[in-house]
Design a protein around this ligand. Structure first.
Ligand code: SF4
Ligand code: SF4
Length: 152
């Protein structure tokens, strides 16, 4: 997949196009698992009914057929197992989920980003690139440039 993935520039360009269309369309557009769309929409003044880019661990997770509770289908970090514990306990007590709910636990640019509460960065992309799911989304370098007006 990496070979066919958009470059960082193409990724943000695509998000900008989608959010520009959202500004004039009645159809709700949501670039799933491209959490920076929320930050872009905010800076472009585009209204969206969505509240956060990455929902993993805050209002979303997945339970595998085996019973393992994972942060999201793309991120193989286990938060618990429904054969060992009730799901509601895992959801409210798992260290993994608790970590994901506090910006203070995030590293790099995502940890200090003013748009963290509406974006959060893709934790799966951070994990894939670095092995650490709480570090900065590799796309965050471009978020920073955009916020500084260097990437317009
Ligand atoms: S971690 Fe990435 S792939 Fe998983 S829900 Fe968040 S944005 Fe989507
Ligand atoms: S720095 Fe991180 S939290 Fe902020 S907009 Fe970029 S990916 Fe999202």
């Amino acid at each position: 997949m990496t070979e066919n993935a958009l470059s960082d520039e193409e990724y943000f360009e695509a998000l900008k196009k989608i959010m520009t269309l959202q500004g004039t369309s009645q159809v709700e557009l949501k670039p799933t698992c491209a959490p920076q769309f929320m930050s872009l929409a905010k800076s472009m003044g585009v209204k969206t009914r969505f509240t956060r880019g990455c929902l993993a661990g805050t209002s979303y997770c997945c339970i595998l057929p085996s019973g393992q509770v994972h942060v999201c289908p793309y991120l193989p970090i286990e938060a618990g197992h429904v054969r060992d514990k009730a799901f509601d306990e895992i959801w409210s007590e798992s260290e993994v989920f608790i970590k994901l709910r506090g910006q203070v636990n995030y590293e790099g640019l995502c940890g200090t980003c003013e748009d963290h509460n509406i974006c959060g960065g893709c934790r799966a992309r951070a994990y894939y690139k670095t092995g650490d799911f709480m570090t900065a989304d590799p796309m965050s370098a471009h978020c920073y440039k955009r916020q500084e007006g260097l990437d317009e």
